[in-house]
Each structure stands twice: as structure tokens, then as C-alpha cells.
Write a protein that binds this ligand. Structure first.
Ligand SMILES: *Cc1c(COP(=O)(O)O)cnc(C)c1O
Length: 400
């Protein structure tokens, strides 16, 4: 017997503190409940504003900003399938699961793929990327800014992107978990394609994503004589909807309205204030975890702030920790593709002090319940201390 949703959804909703999707603001949820004409004048205003706000969030003046109906991976496939042709030489910097996905997508397009595998859960260095660029002479490079799977941050991305450009190579960046949580300056860093999903840094719903191409990337797309084998992801066809007010496929109107609202909230907060909030919350979380007596997974120099990886004590496995914290404390956190790690997200609405206090308390209590000795009071105090806003910053109380 199929039960109605009202019976299936818990009264006390789970707090979504994993690696995405993340909680959405009420205004985004309201926008997501509306259906309008996908080709009417209201939609046309929405599209214009989404592109304008997205340009600010991507830090680009490029005209070639588009929405995508689909997950972050669809935006990824749109970037790659439009820029990478059969036999194109592609260099894929692979730090983990998601950057490996870009290599797999390139392979499926029958590109000539070289992989720079970075092992040891650390960031790629400029030197190793330069050596790979010289060895393979690629037309396109793919790289992830933040590798959500193992919480590695490619800190050298700005220098890597500029270096690749000096070698005449287009740069495709996966910013699914990082966009709007930390600086990414598409134009200044000379990136040719940036992709993101809705359900992470932007705190919108999953299923509607964003992509931006540079003018140079668009040149390559416009001059292509063969056609992209992905009809839905063909960037030239997508301009029918995103630039010409006509039909490509029926856009996910509610999701686009939700994305509009999420972007509006990002713009109202401003990027500098948003980056500051993310950094402060994530560092406070990291300090509180260490104060509890647990270890962070990624080495400091390569550590991502947007998703925090925590080593699971040997006596436990991560599935057990995730199940207990969810059932007992109604907080969702994530395991990690085969690693002995649990992950707590610090993206968008996850970076709020009330969510952090509840999460750290739930994690420490879970450890105690499962027989691991932790120092929860010291951990909570470290969180409180880390969250305090330096008075000279002048941020209004309640901002987090
Ligand atoms: C989540 C994520 C993806 C995949 O996004 P989906 O919406 O699940 O397709 C890709 N890259 C990174 C870095 C991510 O965090």
C-alpha cells in the first residue's frame, strides 16, 4: 500500500548537514512551489535576472551564462561535451571521485585523455600540472576546486588556471561545492567554463544547475562543425531558451524560480560577507572537532572548508555513525566513498550557528553513545569561541 507523503515525512525534519543537498531558506522553498509559463514575460524577467546575478556569483562579465535542467553532473557534462570533441587532447587533474567523473565523461566522448592522478588526498601542485601540460599539450584541462569526496581543496587553482592558459589550454572547473562559499574569480583567474549545482553552496534545490563559458570557450563552441551528441546539453541549442526567449526544452520553472531566489539571497548578503561567514563557521567546526578529540581527515594545507572530513575512530564504521546520528539526533551527515571518514557540509544554510551547535552536539553524543570517549563540553566551548565575530568587523548580531 502506498502511503501519502504526510505519513512518510517525519514531523521533526532531519537537519541536512551532509555533503549536499543542504537546507534551503523558506523563500527558496516558496519559490519552488510556483509553476508559471516557461515562455511568458515573467519567465523572461526571471531569466534575465538569473543570468545577471549568476555573473556576479561567478565573477564574470561573460554573456555565456546558462541554466541546466539536471544535477551538477549535467552541468559538468554540458561543459565537457561542448568543449571536448572526439580525439581532443584533454588533461584531467584527478584528486578524487568527482574530478575522476570529468575524466570518465571525457573518455566517453572518445577524447584523448591524460590523467594527472594526485594521490595521498592532497592538492595538485603547480609544478606537477606544468609537467603534465608539457608532456601532453592538451586543448582542455579539467580540475575541481573542492573535491567533496575526500575534502581536498585545490588551493593553487588560480595559478594553475593561468598557467594552463599560457599553454593555450581551455580550463574547465568544477565548483559544485565551492561556488559562493569561497572566492572563485572566473575572469581574473582566466577560467573558461565553471559549473555548479543548486543544492550545495547556493542553498537551492537539487536538479537545476548553472554553467558559465568564457568568450574564448564560446568561440570554440560556435565554430564547431560536428554536433554535440548530447541534444539536451547542446550549449548552442540552450541559448534558444537562455538568450533568445524561445523553446529548447521545457525548463524546470519552479526550480529556476527557486534558483532565482537563492541567487538573490547570495547577492543581498554579498560575496565577501558570505565567504567570511563560511570561513568562520567551517573553522569553528574544525576546531570543535579537534577539541572533541577526533581527527580531521585532510592535511591542513590541502583542507577544504566547504565540506569537513572527520576520521572515524577505528572501533566504528562510518555507516554506523551516520545511521545513529540520523536516527537518534535527526541530523544527517555523510559517509565517504570507501574512506573511513564522515563528512559534515559547510555550504550555504549549513553555515549557521544554530545548525552547528546542534550538529556538533549530535556528533559528540553519537560518539559517546557508540562507546568512543570524547570531550563534548570542551568541543562546544571551542565552537562558541570560533563563531564569535571580531567586534571590529562590525557585522550585525544575528548574521550567522
Ligand atoms: C556534488 C558534487 C558533484 C555532483 O553533483 P550532482 O548534483 O550530484 O551531480 C560534482 N562535483 C562536486 C565537487 C560535487 O561536490
Amino acid at each position: 500500500m502506498v502511503r501519502p507523503l504526510s505519513e512518510i515525512l517525519p514531523d521533526d525534519p532531519l537537519l541536512m548537514m551532509g555533503a549536499g543537498p543542504v537546507p534551503i531558506p523558506d523563500a527558496v522553498a516558496r519559490a519552488n512551489s510556483v509553476v508559471i509559463n516557461h515562455l511568458g514575460t515573467t519567465m523572461s524577467t526571471i531569466i534575465t535576472q538569473v543570468k545577471e546575478m549568476a555573473r556576479y556569483v561567478f565573477q564574470t562579465r561573460s554573456n555565456w551564462v546558462l541554466g541546466v535542467a539536471g544535477p551538477g553532473s549535467a552541468a559538468m557534462e554540458m561543459a565537457i561535451s561542448n568543449l571536448v570533441r572526439p580525439q581532443s587532447k584533454v588533461l584531467c587533474v584527478v584528486n578524487g571521485f568527482f574530478s575522476a567523473r570529468m575524466a570518465e565523461m571525457s573518455r566517453r566522448l572518445n577524447a584523448d585523455v591524460a590523467i594527472l592522478e594526485i594521490d595521498g588526498h592532497r592538492a595538485a601542485t603547480l609544478d606537477e600540472v606544468e609537467a603534465a601540460l608539457l608532456a601532453h599539450r592538451p586543448e582542455c584541462l579539467t580540475i575541481v576546486q573542492g573535491e567533496t569526496s575526500n575534502t581536498v581543496f585545490n588551493r593553487e587553482l588560480p595559478a594553475i588556471a593561468r598557467l594552463a592558459k599560457r599553454h593555450g589550454c581551455l580550463v574547465i572547473v568544477d565548483a559544485v561545492c565551492t561556488l559562493s562559499t569561497m572566492p572563485l574569480d572566473m575572469d581574473t583567474w582566466q577560467i573558461d567554463a565553471v559549473i555548479t549545482g543548486g543544492q550545495k553552496g547556493l542553498s537551492s534545490i537539487p536538479g537545476v544547475s548553472l554553467i558559465a563559458f568564457s568568450d574564448e570557450a564560446w568561440e570554440r563552441i560556435a565554430q564547431r562543425t560536428d554536433s554535440n551528441s548530447h541534444w539536451c546539453l547542446d550549449a548552442r541549442l540552450a541559448t534558444n531558451f537562455w538568450h533568445k526567449g524561445s523553446y529548447h526544452y521545457t525548463a524546470p520553472v519552479s526550480g529556476v524560480l527557486a534558483l532565482h531566489e537563492a541567487l538573490r539571497l547570495v547577492c543581498a548578503e554579498t560575496l565577501p560577507a558570505r565567504f567570511e561567514r563560511h570561513a568562520r563557521c567551517s573553522l569553528a567546526l574544525q576546531q570543535s572537532i579537534e577539541a572533541m578529540g577526533l581527527q580531521l581527515f585532510a592535511p591542513t594545507a590541502s583542507r577544504l572548508n566547504s565540506v569537513v572530513g572527520i576520521e572515524v575512530p577505528r572501533a566504528l564504521d562510518n555507516g554506523q555513525v551516520c545511521a545513529h546520528i540520523s536516527e537518534r539526533y535527526h541530523v544527517e551527515i555523510s559517509g565517504s566513498f570507501g574512506l573511513p571518514v564522515v563528512r559534515i557540509g559547510q555550504m550555504g544554510e549549513q553555515c549557521r550557528s544554530h545548525n552547528l551547535f546542534r550538529t556538533v552536539h549530535a556528533l559528540g553524543s553519537t560518539m559517546r553513545d557508540l562507546g568512543v570517549k570524547v570531550d563534548l563540553p570542551t568541543s562546544m566551548a571551542a565552537l562558541e569561541k570560533g563563531l564569535q565575530i571580531p567586534a571590529h568587523r562590525g557585522i550585525a548580531p544575528g548574521a550567522i
